[in-house]
Design a protein around this ligand. Structure first.
Ligand code: PLP
Length: 224
C-alpha cells in the first residue's frame, strides 16, 4: 500500500460509518489524488476555484467535488456545472449567485452555511443569532438546497474550547431544524473537524470531516 492509501485506511478504521471523509487535496499534485482515488476515496475537497476546475477535468468523473474554501460570488459560475457540495456559504449575496448559476445549469446545488464559532477574528461565517434570524431568507432559493452547517474551530489544542465550539454548531443545527420542520429531512450535514481535531468533532456530532495533511502530508506548495 502506498502512504496515502495507508493514511486513508487508518482514518477509515476509526471513523463511524455515518461519517463522510472529505480528502482535502488543495495544493497537492494530480498523482496524489489518483492514489487516494485508487484507495477508494471519492469525496475530495478543494479551496481554489481554478485548481478545482483543472483537477476535475483530469480526474475520474465519479469524484464528488467539495468546494470548502471561501468562495467569491464572481467565481461561482466556474464550478456550478459540477460541484457536489459548497461548504462555506457566508452571505446572502453568495447564495443568490449560487441559485442563479445553478438555475442556468438546470440543477439544484447543495450548500452548507458557515457558522462563525472560533475565537479568531479573521474567519468567515454567520453568527448563530444572525443565521437564525435570516433563516427564512436563506432557505428561500429554489436552486440551492441548504443541507446543513460547516464550521472551522479555533486553532488551539485546548480540547474543552474545541468541544464547546463543536457543541455550539450542533445546537444551532437543532435550532434550525426546530425553526424549519419542513426542512428537517434535508438538514442533515454537519461539516466540522480537520486533521488536528476531527475525532473530537465527530464525538460532538460532526458527520463530515475535512482532512488534508493527515492524508496527503503537510502542505508546502502554493496552489497549482
Ligand atoms: C485546508 C482545509 C482543511 C484541511 O486542513 P488539514 O488541517 O490539513 O486537515 C479543512 N477545511 C478547510 C476549510 C480547509 O481550508
Amino acid at each position: 500500500m502506498n502512504q496515502i492509501a495507508e493514511n486513508i485506511a487508518v482514518i477509515r478504521a476509526q471513523l463511524p460509518p455515518h461519517v463522510t471523509l472529505v480528502a482535502v487535496s488543495k495544493t497537492k499534485p494530480i498523482q496524489a489524488l489518483h492514489e487516494a482515488y485508487s484507495a477508494g476515496q471519492r469525496d475530495f475537497g478543494e479551496n481554489y476555484v481554478q485548481e478545482l476546475e483543472e483537477k476535475a477535468q483530469l480526474l475520474p468523473k465519479d469524484i464528488r467535488w467539495h468546494f470548502i474554501g471561501h468562495l467569491q460570488s464572481n467565481k461561482v459560475k466556474y464550478i456550478a456545472p459540477f460541484v457536489h457540495l459548497i461548504h462555506a456559504v457566508d452571505s446572502l449575496k453568495l447564495l443568490a449567485e449560487i441559485d442563479k448559476q445553478a438555475a442556468k445549469h438546470q440543477r439544484v446545488i447543495d450548500a452548507l452555511l458557515q457558522v462563525h464559532v472560533s475565537k479568531e477574528e479573521t474567519k468567515f461565517g454567520w453568527e448563530a443569532e444572525e443565521m437564525l434570524q435570516s433563516s427564512a431568507q436563506l432557505f428561500g432559493f429554489s436552486h440551492v438546497r441548504i443541507r446543513g452547517l460547516m464550521a472551522m474551530a479555533s486553532n488551539t489544542s485546548d480540547e474543552a474550547q474545541l468541544a464547546t465550539e463543536f457543541e455550539q454548531v450542533h445546537h444551532l443545527m437543532t435550532d434550525l431544524q426546530a425553526l424549519h420542520p419542513e426542512r428537517k429531512a434535508e438538514l442533515t450535514v454537519l461539516s466540522m473537524g480537520m486533521s488536528g481535531d476531527w475525532p473530537l468533532a465527530v464525538a460532538h456530532g460532526s458527520n463530515m470531516i475535512r482532512v488534508g495533511s493527515t492524508i496527503f502530508g503537510v502542505r508546502t506548495a502554493a496552489p497549482i
